[in-house]
Design a protein around this ligand. Sequence first.
Ligand code: PMV
Length: 322
Amino acid sequence: MNAKAIAPANIAFIKYWGKRDAQLNLPTNDSISMNLSNARTVTEVEFSTDFRRDKFWLNGKKRDGNELEKVSRQLDRIAEQAGKKRLFAKVESENSFPTGSGIASSASGFAALTVAAASALQLELTEQELSILARQGSGSACRSIPDGFVKWNQGESDESSFAVSLFPPEYWLIHDLIAIVDENRKQMTSSEGHELAPTSPLFASRLEYLPGAIGEIERAFSQKDFTCFGEIIEAEALSMHAVMMTSQPSLLYWSSNTVALMQAIRQWRKEGVEAYFTIDAGPNVHIICEDKNAVTVKEKLLTFPGVGSVLDNLPTEGAKLI
Ligand code: PMV
């Protein structure tokens, strides 16, 4: 009873920040993302009567405590869906991106774990059911199940909150160049951060502005209007960070290198190189540009002071068995 799956991380253009239900990971808004071709997790799951407890290796290192617990809980959910009393499992996971690169692996990790464990238990699930299960493990993991460009509809309940593909990966060749400016682990996990979102006086107005932004980004996608798209994603990342900064306690994820790069990207645009930034719950900057500008932007990033490395991603398919 074993199976192996691969799943991509994803970058959100419209972010998920704030939960209506922390147990089920039901979000306070819809979000939109792209799967990342060079940030993937491969996970193998084996259930056996020989095992006396669950064991979890990540990048060749045995994990215990909180990390193991989260994996075990996800296996419980999947076994429950299969209606089986579950056996203990061995889970081996490898990230394609460098450890400590500051790229969150929970989305790719939980998507790969869900697909591999469901298959090892001979569960035949639809994409929608896999997305729901992945969401229960880690919210944004539900967006790593479908292909390409993805929308997570917040839904009203456990059964209606899942992600769907808006466009296949080949629809639009846009790059996410991830500039690593800080390799340290973030000071506050996203789970803790989500809880603080409603303490910001800006949170309610963010939720009011989001449906309009989603409508506009969907229009920009359908017309492949990169300028409109870029302006929306940059404003949207700043909106999420404004909520983070003004929550209590205040969360400030940026370093001085983050800010320097944000300023530089705006300057490059003035000079005719069209690129936009988006930033998750950490200091690293995701630079979004069209294929025709990717080489130029990458060269600029690699010589920018404070940028340690750059990970070049194109849109890619969602989680798959291998
Ligand atoms: O899925 P989580 O709980 O790690 O939250 C993800 C939060 C952000 O990365 C900041 C935004 C997003 O939508 O991916």
